[in-house]
Design a protein around this ligand. Structure first.
Ligand SMILES: Nc1nc2c(ncn2[C@@H]2O[C@H](COP(=O)(O)OP(=O)(O)OP(=O)(O)O)[C@@H](O)[C@H]2O)c(=O)[nH]1
Ligand SMILES: [Mg+2]
Length: 355
């Protein structure tokens, strides 16, 4: 193993020198701020000291034992049985990043940087955290810099069409959110509101929405096919806002989006994909991909009250460049719904993750 000590003006400069000298597989063992030169402690320059190490022949050392062991165990079929390291496990970016250490004071960020939603930018965020920390020596400024960096890709939106449709997987809170929206437009904004549901798979689904419609005192139309859907739209055309509930379906069912397209028309409509923040990020990515053929206006994220991990918001919004419409924060209708700004969303994500 080769170990090298590098002194530079900034963490990013030191990282660059490490990459040049030791390559992408280098492991950062330590970083600290030091003072160089000066007289009796005066006029000394602030520098960053970085200690890094690298295996002298990392690829050969990793690959060989795997082949040797498999050859011993299965001498007749070594080529089939031995599993070479995957591209991912060999990726210099992931290997070198996972081994880097943050200064003790920033250890709370370690878990955040390992978030799947941040996998492509963990390295840049690491540099940001370390350099801000050494520059300011102030944890609240480090947190603020982190939040500010995350805010840029997070866009939020308001509904611009008269028709607002919610769609998404089963049980994520579509109907409950629609009831909250109906109450918001009717009671807070004093607008006329109509409801349409195309969720005719279960009687209880219609009854659930009818109860909300009765309480808020707004009309509800039930549409069993595209023709009835168009008719319901025409009947409610006097309303300021028309909210459309759809049936939740298993997102692994490939026919789901096709059926959705057959039973609705999306003209004049803001279609929001409703996703629960309690779901796994990888599943959310797959669901969003299923909805590629639907003209989505953005996301509604539900059940923010049931998790400390809000990173899916960041990951999905950044990946798709679709904005956030609203977040829901509990089961209570109408109060548990919020319309945060971009900065508020990123602050929520970071604060929940750190505490
Ligand atoms: N904790 C929490 N629960 C919520 C939230 N929103 C909805 N729920 C609950 O989630 C459950 C499902 O809500 P629904 O509104 O029926 O979900 P849906 O997406 O319409 O379900 P389907 O129509 O069956 O696909 C209910 O128990 C709701 O009270 C939320 O923001 N937080
Ligand atoms: Mg429903």
């Amino acid at each position: 193993m080769m170990v090298k000590r590098i002194i530079a003006n900034s963490v990013s400069e030191a990282m660059e020198l490490v990459k040049q000298d030791l390559g992408n597989d280098a492991i950062i063992l330590n970083t600290r701020q030091i003072k160089v030169g000066g007289l009796f402690g005066l006029f000394a320059q602030k520098k960053v000291e970085l200690v890094a190490s690298v295996e002298e022949h990392p690829v050969v050392k990793t690959a060989q034992p795997v082949k040797q062991i498999s050859a011993e165990l299965k001498p007749t079929k070594p080529a089939v049985q031995s599993r070479p390291p995957t591209m991912e496990s060999l990726s210099p970016k992931i290997v070198s990043f996972a081994s880097r250490r943050l200064p003790e004071a920033l250890s709370a960020y370690e878990v955040l940087l390992a978030e799947p939603a941040l996998q492509h930018e963990a390295e840049a965020l690491y540099d940001l955290l370390v350099s801000t920390y050494y520059k300011t020596n102030d944890l609240s400024q480090v947190e603020q810099a982190f939040i500010t960096t995350l805010t840029t890709p997070i866009q939020v939106t308001t509904a611009t069409s008269r028709f607002i449709m919610v769609t998404g997987p089963t049980g994520v809170g579509k109907t409950t959110t629609l009831a909250k929206l109906a109450a918001y437009y009717r009671l807070t904004k004093q607008q006329t509101v109509g409801l349409i549901t195309t969720d005719t798979y279960r009687i209880s689904a219609i009854e659930q929405l009818r109860t909300y419609a009765d309480i808020i005192d707004i009309p509800l139309r039930v549409a069993y096919d595209l023709q009835e859907f168009e008719q319901a739209k025409a009947e409610l055309s006097d309303c300021d806002v028309i909210l459309v509930d759809t049936a939740g379906r298993n997102f692994l069912d490939a026919g789901y989006v096709e059926q959705l397209k057959k039973r609705h028309d999306f003209s004049d409509t803001d279609v929001f994909l409703v996703l629960s923040l309690t779901s796994k990020y990888r599943d959310l990515e797959q669901i969003q991909q299923r909805f590629d053929q639907v003209p989505l206006s953005g996301f509604i994220f539900t059940k923010a009250d049931e998790t400390t991990d809000l990173w899916s918001i960041y990951g999905l919004v950044k990946k798709t460049q679709l904005p956030v419409f609203c977040l829901t924060t509990g089961q209570e209708v109408p109060e548990d719904i919020i319309w945060p700004t971009s900065a508020e969303v990123s602050r929520m994500i970071v604060e929940r993750g750190l505490r």
